[in-house]
Design a protein around this ligand. Sequence first.
Ligand code: LMR
Length: 393
Amino acid sequence: MFETLPDPKLDGIIALMQAFAEDPRLGKVDLGVGVYRDEAGRTPVMQAVKAAEQHIVETQESKTYLSLAGDAAFLDTMRDLLLGGAVPASRVAAVGTPGGTAAVRQICELIRRAHAQATVWISAQTWPNHSPLIAAAGLPTRPYRYLDPESGALDRAGLLADLEEISAGDVVLLHGCCHNPTGVDPTPQDWAEIAALLDRRGAVPFVDMAYQGFGAGLDADAGGLRHLAARLPEILVAASCSKNFGLYRERVGLAMAIVPEGQRARLAGTLAGLSRRAFAFPPDHGGRVVSTILGDARLRHIWQVELYEMRDRVAANRRGLADALRAETGSDQFGFIAAQQGMFSLLPLSPEQIERLRAEHGIYMLGDGRVNMAGLNAQSVPVLAQAMAQVLR
Ligand code: LMR
């Protein structure tokens, strides 16, 4: 039965991870997968996570099944972290998921169940797994303009013009903060305009929040989501704790639907039913770590300090790379790298130049020029700047 199966096509990020692992060169530089790294190239377990895990080991008495939605404390503390009280809890239905990826997939399943004709609008540059996840749920996508390549800033006019074409009941996927892959986020004024437009057109925002805390701060990074939640009747949210809690392999995420009063129970039941048919119960350990941290003032403080240290290191790498590129090329054209936020930026390089960086310099970035700024350190910043200057010549 399997002879007709087409050869699998590896996701670009996963293929790059493999290629990097197989490269024997000592000085190779991994700027591929979106994982935080410290100056020594490690991705350590956060101290707050270690302490929460210790507490769980010492106090947990059972690992029997919970409800299909998962740990209520995880869902409640995450709701508060994301929404900050922008809407009453009675409007929020949520279920735990195996990571933010499954949250995106489950939200797409929910959309198809509710409105099979919906188109999901995605930013022209987006996380490479968004389209496949949406397609796997049987929904079509349409792109809206996002990045202005000249300025490295938001193409605000293009975005708003494209979204004017949206139909009632369509869904717009927006990155909550630290846009992946551009590092470009809407300003509070842009969010207000997007919210007003979606409200007027009868469209539903779907916010993917994977980097809360890596931008302007935990509350500021959720500002766009909170504005949408306060203004619109229906919002969908997929959230991940992979990056801001460093819980990558534990698979910690949640899918959330914010709905008008009176509809919460139906949405919660629908999401739970979708979970039952996909993976039944969500993983518990990572979510329990998160709720232990968020529910304890001391651990929460330790976590926030660690999170902001990571954020600040990435921002320093951005400034370092922008300065080094200015020195190497004599041009200001890379200033946008310092102005953007979060882990990623898109470097304006051709596929040939990206291939030369890999083949000649052992520098790995995605095929569209996406670079994980957390993968840089004091040694690799000048290496990258010199190599880029060379391939750009
Ligand atoms: C990334 O964009 O590199 C990360 O979100 C990891 C992933 O799952 O793709």
